[in-house]
Design a protein around this ligand. Sequence first.
Ligand code: GDP
Ligand code: MG
Length: 309
Amino acid sequence: MEGHQQPQGRPFKAGIAAIVGRPNVGKSTLLNQLVHLKVSIVSPKPQTTHENIRAILTGDGFQMVLLDTPGYLAQPAHLLDQQMVRMVRGALLEAHLVVMMAEPRPPGDIEMRLIELMRVDQRPAILALNKTDILRNKAELLPVMDEYSRLYPFLEIVPISALRADGLDLLLELMVKHLPEGEPMFPPDKVVERSVRAMVADIVREEVYTLYRQEVPYAVAVAIDELRQADPQHGGKDYIRAIIFVEREGQKGILIGKGGRALKEVGTRARQQIEFLLGRPVFLELWVKVRPGWRKDPHFLRWLQEANS
Ligand code: GDP
Ligand code: MG
């Protein structure tokens, strides 16, 4: 990624960053945008030791593990939940760097609570003031930045718009700057460039194999037919429609199962993993289609690649 290349001989940076902030502040949007920058990302396997890893970003000269913190609580009041505090605090303690996201207005109760938690353990933190696109006048930021800097010794305060991808290059650069030197924690060969669609397709295919490997060996392709973020028609959840392609009618029957039970099982398991990956609720719809000989059809394979990129 341009602008982030470490000059020759500069030490590799590697570390864990926790993104914290009130619900709806834009944590998931930021994460998705970081994925679209030229960094690679891997989806965590459920069996990784850090069960709250949401993504691993690898770029030139750095590898950054992003920790999930409770992201989609409906009610801000839940922030005071014991368990939530424990989870946030766990992530804060584990992280080398905290990225606190806030809206470009004076801190509210949740922000004060987060700062309190960071103070206990004196965590190094960057403040990202998100949604600056909604400000009519950027000068409105100054008193907000001032107030935050009095509350906590933030290493950096960066105005961004996650939605419009404003300021994200700088944010990423500063995050890397404040990571410790170190070796990559995950082997580079495990870190491949993936889109969210490709990862979602993989998750669905893996679940099909996990449950029905015997019955449908190697004969399954998954295409992400539609992916809509925060879809009003599905209660504000992300709507994902995936098509599972099999080669024979019999395989379709097996995958759907009696009364659709088999497919439902695949869907439930896949949905849970996708929600974990994206950090927000998902409405996953699965279809099964028969397409004989798809593995030898270059048109289909090209179409499949496009659907999932
Ligand atoms: P999270 O709950 O912290 O993960 O927040 P989300 O990433 O789900 O974002 C919540 C809402 O804020 C969504 O409707 C986003 O589109 C919106 N949002 C996120 N970033 C920005 C931004 O920079 N500007 C504006 N105007 N809206 C944003
Ligand atoms: Mg979220």
